[in-house]
Design a protein around this ligand. Structure first.
Ligand code: PMP
Length: 398
Protein backbone atom coordinates (compact mmCIF):
# COMPACT_ATOMS: atom_id res chain seq x y z
CA UNK A 1 0.00 0.00 0.00
CA UNK A 2 2.73 2.43 1.02
CA UNK A 3 4.57 1.59 -2.19
CA UNK A 4 1.50 2.37 -4.25
CA UNK A 5 1.22 5.77 -2.55
CA UNK A 6 4.84 6.59 -3.30
CA UNK A 7 4.34 5.58 -6.93
CA UNK A 8 1.32 7.84 -7.11
CA UNK A 9 3.35 10.70 -5.69
CA UNK A 10 6.00 10.25 -8.38
CA UNK A 11 3.31 10.21 -11.06
CA UNK A 12 1.67 13.34 -9.66
CA UNK A 13 4.94 15.22 -9.55
CA UNK A 14 5.77 14.26 -13.11
CA UNK A 15 2.37 15.40 -14.27
CA UNK A 16 2.68 18.71 -12.42
CA UNK A 17 6.00 19.27 -14.13
CA UNK A 18 4.47 18.58 -17.54
CA UNK A 19 1.61 20.96 -16.90
CA UNK A 20 3.95 23.75 -15.79
CA UNK A 21 5.98 23.36 -19.04
CA UNK A 22 8.99 22.38 -16.96
CA UNK A 23 9.44 18.80 -18.14
CA UNK A 24 12.99 18.08 -19.24
CA UNK A 25 14.00 15.81 -22.11
CA UNK A 26 17.38 14.57 -23.24
CA UNK A 27 18.08 14.95 -26.94
CA UNK A 28 19.94 11.96 -28.33
CA UNK A 29 23.11 12.90 -30.16
CA UNK A 30 24.95 10.90 -32.80
CA UNK A 31 28.58 11.46 -33.70
CA UNK A 32 31.12 13.80 -32.09
CA UNK A 33 30.23 17.05 -30.32
CA UNK A 34 30.20 19.66 -33.11
CA UNK A 35 28.27 22.81 -34.03
CA UNK A 36 26.83 20.77 -36.88
CA UNK A 37 25.45 17.66 -35.26
CA UNK A 38 22.76 15.06 -35.44
CA UNK A 39 20.32 15.38 -32.55
CA UNK A 40 17.25 13.16 -32.29
CA UNK A 41 17.95 11.91 -35.80
CA UNK A 42 17.99 15.38 -37.39
CA UNK A 43 20.91 17.39 -38.67
CA UNK A 44 21.01 20.67 -36.69
CA UNK A 45 23.27 23.58 -35.89
CA UNK A 46 23.97 23.29 -32.18
CA UNK A 47 23.95 26.58 -30.28
CA UNK A 48 23.87 25.26 -26.74
CA UNK A 49 27.02 23.30 -26.03
CA UNK A 50 29.77 24.43 -23.65
CA UNK A 51 32.51 23.38 -26.06
CA UNK A 52 33.57 27.02 -26.41
CA UNK A 53 36.87 26.46 -28.17
CA UNK A 54 35.81 23.44 -30.21
CA UNK A 55 38.20 21.09 -28.39
CA UNK A 56 35.71 18.27 -27.73
CA UNK A 57 36.63 16.70 -31.07
CA UNK A 58 40.15 18.06 -31.51
CA UNK A 59 42.46 15.88 -33.66
CA UNK A 60 45.56 16.54 -31.49
CA UNK A 61 43.73 15.43 -28.36
CA UNK A 62 42.41 12.33 -30.09
CA UNK A 63 45.90 11.56 -31.38
CA UNK A 64 47.39 11.94 -27.88
CA UNK A 65 44.82 9.47 -26.57
CA UNK A 66 45.45 6.93 -29.33
CA UNK A 67 49.20 7.23 -28.89
CA UNK A 68 49.06 6.84 -25.10
CA UNK A 69 46.79 3.78 -25.32
CA UNK A 70 48.93 2.16 -28.00
CA UNK A 71 52.14 2.79 -26.07
CA UNK A 72 50.73 0.78 -23.17
CA UNK A 73 51.83 3.40 -20.59
CA UNK A 74 48.24 4.11 -19.63
CA UNK A 75 45.11 2.07 -19.65
CA UNK A 76 41.56 3.26 -19.54
CA UNK A 77 40.17 2.82 -16.03
CA UNK A 78 41.90 4.06 -12.89
CA UNK A 79 40.81 1.09 -10.82
CA UNK A 80 40.68 2.80 -7.42
CA UNK A 81 40.42 6.09 -5.56
CA UNK A 82 43.35 8.55 -5.67
CA UNK A 83 44.36 7.68 -2.11
CA UNK A 84 44.44 3.95 -2.87
CA UNK A 85 46.11 3.12 -6.21
CA UNK A 86 44.13 5.31 -8.64
CA UNK A 87 46.48 8.34 -8.66
CA UNK A 88 48.38 7.85 -11.93
CA UNK A 89 51.47 9.72 -13.09
CA UNK A 90 49.32 11.33 -15.82
CA UNK A 91 46.96 12.77 -13.15
CA UNK A 92 49.96 14.03 -11.24
CA UNK A 93 51.56 15.72 -14.25
CA UNK A 94 48.25 17.30 -15.22
CA UNK A 95 47.85 18.75 -11.72
CA UNK A 96 51.33 20.29 -11.93
CA UNK A 97 50.70 21.70 -15.39
CA UNK A 98 47.37 23.23 -14.34
CA UNK A 99 49.01 24.88 -11.31
CA UNK A 100 51.85 26.25 -13.47
CA UNK A 101 49.40 27.67 -15.99
CA UNK A 102 47.32 29.33 -13.26
CA UNK A 103 50.33 30.60 -11.33
CA UNK A 104 49.35 28.98 -8.05
CA UNK A 105 51.05 26.47 -5.80
CA UNK A 106 48.99 23.39 -6.53
CA UNK A 107 45.88 21.94 -8.10
CA UNK A 108 43.79 18.86 -7.41
CA UNK A 109 41.69 16.86 -9.87
CA UNK A 110 38.09 15.90 -9.25
CA UNK A 111 35.92 13.56 -11.29
CA UNK A 112 33.32 16.27 -11.96
CA UNK A 113 32.81 19.96 -11.27
CA UNK A 114 29.75 19.10 -9.26
CA UNK A 115 31.89 17.03 -6.90
CA UNK A 116 34.57 19.71 -6.62
CA UNK A 117 31.90 22.18 -5.54
CA UNK A 118 30.49 19.75 -3.00
CA UNK A 119 33.97 19.09 -1.68
CA UNK A 120 35.33 22.55 -0.92
CA UNK A 121 32.71 23.87 1.54
CA UNK A 122 32.34 20.48 3.19
CA UNK A 123 36.08 20.07 3.73
CA UNK A 124 36.91 23.61 4.82
CA UNK A 125 33.97 25.05 6.71
CA UNK A 126 32.77 24.14 10.17
CA UNK A 127 29.83 24.79 12.43
CA UNK A 128 29.49 28.53 13.28
CA UNK A 129 31.29 29.47 10.04
CA UNK A 130 29.47 31.46 7.39
CA UNK A 131 29.22 31.00 3.61
CA UNK A 132 28.17 34.04 1.59
CA UNK A 133 27.09 33.05 -1.91
CA UNK A 134 25.87 35.07 -4.88
CA UNK A 135 22.16 34.52 -5.49
CA UNK A 136 22.86 33.22 -9.01
CA UNK A 137 25.63 30.77 -8.13
CA UNK A 138 25.56 27.43 -9.92
CA UNK A 139 23.40 24.75 -8.28
CA UNK A 140 26.45 22.66 -7.36
CA UNK A 141 27.92 25.55 -5.31
CA UNK A 142 24.67 25.97 -3.44
CA UNK A 143 24.39 22.22 -2.84
CA UNK A 144 27.98 22.20 -1.56
CA UNK A 145 27.28 25.08 0.81
CA UNK A 146 24.07 23.44 2.06
CA UNK A 147 25.84 20.17 2.73
CA UNK A 148 28.61 21.79 4.75
CA UNK A 149 28.24 22.39 8.47
CA UNK A 150 28.40 26.17 7.99
CA UNK A 151 25.48 28.56 7.67
CA UNK A 152 24.64 29.71 4.12
CA UNK A 153 23.49 33.25 3.36
CA UNK A 154 22.98 34.51 -0.16
CA UNK A 155 23.55 38.05 -1.39
CA UNK A 156 21.79 39.67 -4.38
CA UNK A 157 23.52 39.04 -7.69
CA UNK A 158 26.87 40.89 -7.90
CA UNK A 159 25.75 43.31 -5.19
CA UNK A 160 28.98 44.21 -3.42
CA UNK A 161 27.33 46.60 -0.96
CA UNK A 162 25.02 43.86 0.25
CA UNK A 163 27.98 41.50 0.51
CA UNK A 164 30.00 44.02 2.51
CA UNK A 165 27.13 44.50 4.95
CA UNK A 166 27.10 40.76 5.67
CA UNK A 167 30.90 40.71 5.96
CA UNK A 168 30.78 43.54 8.51
CA UNK A 169 28.24 41.65 10.55
CA UNK A 170 30.32 38.46 10.38
CA UNK A 171 33.40 40.42 11.52
CA UNK A 172 31.51 41.65 14.56
CA UNK A 173 30.47 38.07 15.32
CA UNK A 174 34.06 36.87 14.75
CA UNK A 175 33.00 34.23 12.27
CA UNK A 176 35.15 32.62 9.58
CA UNK A 177 33.72 33.43 6.15
CA UNK A 178 33.88 31.82 2.72
CA UNK A 179 32.60 33.95 -0.18
CA UNK A 180 31.39 31.92 -3.14
CA UNK A 181 30.68 33.09 -6.67
CA UNK A 182 30.73 31.92 -10.27
CA UNK A 183 33.37 33.71 -12.38
CA UNK A 184 31.21 33.74 -15.51
CA UNK A 185 27.61 33.03 -14.49
CA UNK A 186 26.42 29.91 -16.25
CA UNK A 187 22.89 30.97 -17.10
CA UNK A 188 23.42 34.72 -17.56
CA UNK A 189 26.88 34.86 -19.09
CA UNK A 190 27.91 37.96 -17.13
CA UNK A 191 30.98 38.10 -14.90
CA UNK A 192 31.48 38.54 -11.17
CA UNK A 193 33.42 41.73 -10.24
CA UNK A 194 36.52 39.74 -9.30
CA UNK A 195 38.52 42.86 -8.35
CA UNK A 196 35.92 44.06 -5.85
CA UNK A 197 35.31 40.55 -4.53
CA UNK A 198 39.02 40.09 -3.92
CA UNK A 199 39.31 43.51 -2.22
CA UNK A 200 36.42 42.66 0.09
CA UNK A 201 37.77 39.19 0.86
CA UNK A 202 41.15 40.70 1.74
CA UNK A 203 39.69 43.51 3.83
CA UNK A 204 37.52 41.16 5.89
CA UNK A 205 39.97 38.20 5.99
CA UNK A 206 37.53 35.93 4.20
CA UNK A 207 38.31 33.10 1.79
CA UNK A 208 37.15 33.63 -1.79
CA UNK A 209 36.01 30.68 -3.90
CA UNK A 210 35.47 31.36 -7.60
CA UNK A 211 34.04 28.72 -9.89
CA UNK A 212 35.28 29.81 -13.30
CA UNK A 213 33.86 26.82 -15.18
CA UNK A 214 32.79 29.07 -18.06
CA UNK A 215 35.68 31.55 -17.91
CA UNK A 216 38.67 29.22 -18.29
CA UNK A 217 39.29 28.89 -22.01
CA UNK A 218 37.32 31.67 -23.65
CA UNK A 219 38.17 34.54 -21.25
CA UNK A 220 41.53 36.17 -20.45
CA UNK A 221 45.02 35.86 -21.90
CA UNK A 222 45.91 32.24 -22.63
CA UNK A 223 42.37 31.39 -21.55
CA UNK A 224 43.23 32.16 -17.92
CA UNK A 225 39.71 33.22 -17.06
CA UNK A 226 38.21 35.98 -14.94
CA UNK A 227 41.14 36.69 -12.60
CA UNK A 228 43.31 37.39 -15.60
CA UNK A 229 40.54 39.46 -17.22
CA UNK A 230 40.46 41.68 -14.12
CA UNK A 231 44.29 41.74 -13.97
CA UNK A 232 44.23 40.10 -10.56
CA UNK A 233 46.59 37.48 -9.23
CA UNK A 234 45.60 34.58 -7.06
CA UNK A 235 46.43 35.16 -3.41
CA UNK A 236 46.72 32.66 -0.57
CA UNK A 237 43.03 32.89 0.33
CA UNK A 238 41.73 32.23 -3.18
CA UNK A 239 40.14 28.94 -4.19
CA UNK A 240 39.71 28.47 -7.91
CA UNK A 241 37.46 25.83 -9.43
CA UNK A 242 37.55 24.96 -13.10
CA UNK A 243 35.71 22.28 -15.00
CA UNK A 244 37.20 20.25 -17.80
CA UNK A 245 33.99 19.31 -19.60
CA UNK A 246 33.51 22.77 -21.10
CA UNK A 247 36.25 24.67 -22.96
CA UNK A 248 38.79 21.90 -22.26
CA UNK A 249 36.57 19.49 -24.19
CA UNK A 250 37.28 16.54 -21.85
CA UNK A 251 35.74 15.73 -18.47
CA UNK A 252 36.29 16.35 -14.76
CA UNK A 253 37.39 19.39 -12.77
CA UNK A 254 40.18 20.91 -10.72
CA UNK A 255 40.50 23.00 -7.60
CA UNK A 256 43.57 25.24 -7.50
CA UNK A 257 45.20 27.40 -4.87
CA UNK A 258 47.66 27.18 -2.02
CA UNK A 259 49.45 24.11 -0.73
CA UNK A 260 47.50 24.19 2.52
CA UNK A 261 44.19 24.31 0.63
CA UNK A 262 45.03 21.29 -1.50
CA UNK A 263 46.39 19.28 1.45
CA UNK A 264 43.19 20.05 3.39
CA UNK A 265 41.08 18.78 0.50
CA UNK A 266 43.11 15.59 0.18
CA UNK A 267 42.65 14.94 3.89
CA UNK A 268 39.06 16.03 4.45
CA UNK A 269 37.07 16.26 1.19
CA UNK A 270 34.73 13.30 1.08
CA UNK A 271 33.86 13.71 -2.65
CA UNK A 272 37.61 13.43 -3.29
CA UNK A 273 38.42 10.57 -0.97
CA UNK A 274 35.51 8.21 -1.53
CA UNK A 275 35.39 7.98 -5.29
CA UNK A 276 37.32 6.33 -8.10
CA UNK A 277 39.89 8.52 -9.81
CA UNK A 278 38.74 9.60 -13.28
CA UNK A 279 40.10 7.44 -16.13
CA UNK A 280 43.85 7.72 -16.67
CA UNK A 281 43.23 8.39 -20.32
CA UNK A 282 41.14 11.43 -19.42
CA UNK A 283 44.25 12.94 -17.82
CA UNK A 284 46.22 12.28 -21.01
CA UNK A 285 43.50 13.95 -23.07
CA UNK A 286 43.31 16.91 -20.70
CA UNK A 287 47.08 17.50 -20.74
CA UNK A 288 46.88 17.94 -24.50
CA UNK A 289 43.66 19.95 -24.12
CA UNK A 290 45.48 22.37 -21.79
CA UNK A 291 48.21 22.75 -24.35
CA UNK A 292 45.63 23.48 -27.07
CA UNK A 293 43.60 25.83 -24.85
CA UNK A 294 46.60 27.97 -23.84
CA UNK A 295 47.51 28.45 -27.48
CA UNK A 296 44.01 29.11 -28.80
CA UNK A 297 44.30 32.88 -29.35
CA UNK A 298 43.00 32.57 -32.90
CA UNK A 299 39.90 30.69 -31.67
CA UNK A 300 39.37 33.23 -28.84
CA UNK A 301 39.50 36.12 -31.32
CA UNK A 302 37.07 34.38 -33.65
CA UNK A 303 34.74 33.64 -30.73
CA UNK A 304 34.72 37.34 -29.78
CA UNK A 305 33.85 38.24 -33.37
CA UNK A 306 30.94 35.77 -33.34
CA UNK A 307 29.68 37.19 -30.02
CA UNK A 308 29.86 40.81 -31.16
CA UNK A 309 28.24 39.95 -34.49
CA UNK A 310 25.42 38.13 -32.73
CA UNK A 311 24.83 40.86 -30.17
CA UNK A 312 24.56 43.63 -32.74
CA UNK A 313 22.15 41.54 -34.86
CA UNK A 314 20.04 40.53 -31.85
CA UNK A 315 19.88 44.14 -30.63
CA UNK A 316 18.56 45.21 -34.02
CA UNK A 317 15.81 42.60 -33.66
CA UNK A 318 14.94 44.06 -30.25
CA UNK A 319 15.67 40.78 -28.44
CA UNK A 320 16.21 40.90 -24.67
CA UNK A 321 19.97 40.26 -24.24
CA UNK A 322 21.96 40.15 -21.00
CA UNK A 323 25.12 42.17 -20.19
CA UNK A 324 27.52 39.44 -21.27
CA UNK A 325 30.80 39.45 -23.18
CA UNK A 326 31.20 35.69 -22.75
CA UNK A 327 30.12 32.95 -25.19
CA UNK A 328 26.94 32.56 -23.11
CA UNK A 329 24.39 34.90 -24.71
CA UNK A 330 20.93 34.26 -23.31
CA UNK A 331 17.76 35.81 -24.68
CA UNK A 332 15.22 36.32 -21.92
CA UNK A 333 11.72 35.25 -22.93
CA UNK A 334 9.82 35.25 -19.61
CA UNK A 335 7.41 32.39 -19.08
CA UNK A 336 8.36 28.76 -19.56
CA UNK A 337 5.71 27.97 -22.15
CA UNK A 338 6.85 30.77 -24.47
CA UNK A 339 10.51 29.81 -24.03
CA UNK A 340 9.62 26.26 -25.10
CA UNK A 341 7.70 27.56 -28.10
CA UNK A 342 10.75 29.55 -29.21
CA UNK A 343 13.02 26.57 -28.74
CA UNK A 344 10.72 24.21 -30.69
CA UNK A 345 10.22 26.70 -33.50
CA UNK A 346 14.00 27.13 -33.82
CA UNK A 347 14.40 23.35 -33.90
CA UNK A 348 11.96 23.18 -36.79
CA UNK A 349 14.25 25.58 -38.64
CA UNK A 350 17.30 23.41 -37.89
CA UNK A 351 18.79 25.22 -34.84
CA UNK A 352 19.26 23.62 -31.44
CA UNK A 353 18.86 26.18 -28.64
CA UNK A 354 17.82 25.00 -25.19
CA UNK A 355 14.99 26.66 -23.28
CA UNK A 356 16.24 27.13 -19.72
CA UNK A 357 13.41 27.25 -17.22
CA UNK A 358 12.91 27.35 -13.44
CA UNK A 359 14.23 26.06 -11.12
CA UNK A 360 17.49 26.47 -13.08
CA UNK A 361 16.66 30.19 -13.51
CA UNK A 362 14.36 32.41 -11.40
CA UNK A 363 10.59 32.33 -12.05
CA UNK A 364 9.55 34.56 -14.92
CA UNK A 365 13.00 34.64 -16.51
CA UNK A 366 12.89 31.53 -18.71
CA UNK A 367 15.30 32.02 -21.54
CA UNK A 368 16.99 30.70 -24.63
CA UNK A 369 20.56 29.98 -23.61
CA UNK A 370 22.54 30.55 -26.78
CA UNK A 371 26.22 29.62 -26.59
CA UNK A 372 28.93 30.01 -29.18
CA UNK A 373 31.84 27.83 -30.14
CA UNK A 374 34.96 28.88 -32.04
CA UNK A 375 33.86 26.27 -34.57
CA UNK A 376 30.77 28.28 -35.55
CA UNK A 377 31.07 30.48 -38.62
CA UNK A 378 29.80 34.05 -39.06
CA UNK A 379 27.44 32.61 -41.69
CA UNK A 380 25.94 30.27 -39.08
CA UNK A 381 25.40 33.20 -36.72
CA UNK A 382 23.66 35.10 -39.54
CA UNK A 383 21.50 32.04 -40.20
CA UNK A 384 20.59 31.88 -36.50
CA UNK A 385 19.68 35.58 -36.47
CA UNK A 386 17.47 35.06 -39.50
CA UNK A 387 15.77 32.11 -37.80
CA UNK A 388 15.23 34.18 -34.63
CA UNK A 389 13.61 36.90 -36.71
CA UNK A 390 11.30 34.35 -38.38
CA UNK A 391 10.24 32.86 -35.05
CA UNK A 392 9.72 36.33 -33.59
CA UNK A 393 7.32 37.23 -36.41
CA UNK A 394 5.60 33.83 -36.27
CA UNK A 395 4.99 33.95 -32.51
CA UNK A 396 3.85 37.57 -32.57
CA UNK A 397 1.12 36.61 -35.03
CA UNK A 398 -0.21 33.81 -32.78
N1 PMP B 1 30.04 24.87 -12.08
C1 PMP B 1 29.41 25.52 -13.07
C2 PMP B 1 29.43 27.02 -13.06
C3 PMP B 1 28.78 24.80 -14.08
O1 PMP B 1 28.14 25.45 -15.07
C4 PMP B 1 28.82 23.39 -14.04
C5 PMP B 1 28.19 22.51 -15.11
N2 PMP B 1 27.18 22.99 -15.83
C6 PMP B 1 29.44 22.76 -12.98
C7 PMP B 1 30.06 23.52 -12.02
C8 PMP B 1 29.47 21.27 -12.86
O2 PMP B 1 30.52 20.77 -13.61
P1 PMP B 1 30.50 19.26 -14.13
O3 PMP B 1 29.62 19.26 -15.34
O4 PMP B 1 31.92 18.95 -14.43
O5 PMP B 1 29.94 18.44 -13.02
Amino acid sequence: MAQQTLKQRFADRLQERQEAHLYRRRPLSFGPQQPQMNLNGRQTINFCSNDYLGLADNPHIKQAVIHALQSGQVGYGSGAAHLVTGHHLEHHLLEDELADWLGCQRSLLFSTGYMANLAVPQALMQKDDLILADKLCHASLIDGALQSAAELKRYPHNDMRALEKRLLQAEKEQRQVLIISDGVFSMDGDMAPIDRLQDLAQRYHAWLMIDDAHGFGPIGENGLGCFNYFSRTIDDNTILVGTLGKAFGTSGAFVAGSNILIESLIQFARPYIYTTASPQINAVATREALNQLKNADRQRRHLQQLIEHFRSGAEQLGLDLMPSISPIQPIVIGDSESALQWSHALQELGFWVAAIRPPTVPQGSARLRITFSAKHSIQEVDDLLQALQKVQTQLRKN
